[in-house]
Ligand binder design. Structure first.
Ligand SMILES: [Mg+2]
Length: 429
């Protein structure tokens, strides 16, 4: 029997992504510490390397750290998900030029297959990294390994040790064992804090110790997923590109219009349609979202026209994937930010605060279980019909009936609900 050709995975991860997006457009921020705040500027959700070095923790309440921000000249930003979504698309588009085998894993991470290429994977990774830096201004780190889990480990090494120049390969690395010893058990992809705690009770503290455990022992205690992690750490690929089940950090639906738009009702129809599409993607992944953002802008290139752009976020009463809830929230935001007298060129809806529907803690304001079951059935029927007969065969009245603003080709062809790889692709143009 011949051995199947070895797989080579790369994990591309943007460094301090939100902070890097802010910096990409403002060279004055180059060496300055940056923090990005959550909705309503509550707490820190992203930090630049300099901000981390100042000891500002993730989730730090902004008001408490104000004096420290001032003292060290920290640049503070409200989160701008429209920008981050667009930058993410640019980074992913750039990476996709190098290989068609790519899985966008989150707003700032993607797995790539680097086998089936002529050049050495590490050389390809260095080229991808340099190109992304040059074209988007976003620094990325790339880890390479024979499995996705080892690519994740390699990525940590690339990030932690700048002497590797932002790319590191664990493919046949002589020091693989030593490197795995340095990875805390909780930090292994797929293990997390809960299993980490249990494993520590058994004296398993790092990735190497875990990788030497007995297969059946792991399967019994951590299901087949745990066993996959074990095998992957040993270099046996178990997770192909498409089949990772991840929760995306955000889902975006947006378009540049063919012409410009001034009419609020038309805009409301379009935005309702976008909200419905994001809802479909959310449901296809078994997720719910806690926040919805609407953004809109005029044509930046028409300097002869008055310019306006705005975005606002509505926090949903309880995390939801129901289209009517999303449309209602989107329309509420539109009411807040719409200004008459401008020619709008682009608008979009972005969902974030995304979590798996199953197994999440229920919210205080959650509808009753019966009510949830009923609306779930309605949504499922709608998704099935649309998957079979084409996107938007069945839609809600709020989305409008006119075909003129319905950009069929831009959105979900039915495969989007079944082909994981195409799901989180951000389309802003
Ligand atoms: Mg990152």
């Amino acid at each position: 029997m011949t051995k199947p050709p070895a797989t080579i995975f790369a994990l591309l991860d943007c460094n301090n992504f939100y902070a890097s997006c802010e910096r990409a457009f403002n060279p004055k921020l180059r060496k300055r510490p940056i923090v990005v705040l959550s909705n309503n500027d509550g707490c820190v959700i992203a930090r630049s390397a300099e901000a981390k070095a100042l000891g500002i923790p993730m989730g730090a309440p902004a008001f408490k750290f104000q004096p420290l921000f001032r003292k060290h000249g920290v640049a503070v930003f409200s989160s701008n998900f429209a920008l981050y979504g667009d930058m993410s698309r640019r980074v992913m588009d750039t990476a996709a030029r190098f290989t068609p085998d790519m899985e966008i894993y989150s707003i700032d991470e993607a797995f790539l297959r680097l086998d089936r290429m002529h050049d050495r994977p590490l050389d390809v990774a260095r080229r991808i990294r340099a190109t992304i830096q040059q074209w988007t201004g976003i620094p990325v780190s790339i880890g390479i390994g024979p499995t996705k889990t080892l690519a994740k480990v390699a990525n940590r090494v690339a990030k932690k040790h700048p002497e590797h120049g932002g790319a590191f390969s664990l493919e046949d690395h002589p020091d693989r064992d030593r490197i795995l010893t340095d990875i805390e058990i909780e930090d292994v992809w797929g293990i997390g804090r809960q299993y980490g705690k249990k494993l520590r009770e058994f004296g398993i503290r790092n990735a190497l110790q875990f990788s030497r455990l007995d297969k059946d022992w792991v399967r019994k205690r951590m299901t087949v997923n745990g066993m996959h992690t074990l095998l992957e750490l040993q270099g046996v690929p178990c997770l192909p590109l498409e089949q990772t089940v991840a929760t995306p950090k955000s889902i975006v639906c947006s378009r540049t219009f063919a012409g410009s738009l001034t009419d609020k009702d038309k805009l409301a129809e379009i935005i309702s349609g976008y909200a419905a599409r994001t809802g479909e993607r959310l449901r296809a992944q078994g997720c719910v979202a806690g926040h919805l953002q609407v953004f809109m802008l005029t044509d930046r290139f028409r300097l002869d026209r008055p310019q306006y752009s705005n975005a606002a976020v509505s926090s949903l009463v309880a995390p939801t994937s129901r289209t009517p809830d999303l449309i209602r929230a989107a329309r509420k935001v539109l009411d807040q930010i719409f200004k008459p007298g401008y020619e709008y060129r682009k608008a979009g809806v972005m969902l974030f605060g995304i979590e798996k529907e199953q197994g999440r803690r229920l919210h205080l304001f959650e509808p009753s279980p019966e009510e949830r079951a009923r609306s779930k059935a309605v949504m499922e029927t709608m998704d099935r019909i649309n998957a079979k007969w084409g996107a938007m065969t069945m839609r809600l009245g709020a989305e409008g009936t006119g075909k003129r603003w319905v950009m069929r080709q831009a959105h979900l062809s039915p495969r989007y609900t079944t082909n994981w790889r195409e799901l989180p692709v951000v389309r802003l143009d």
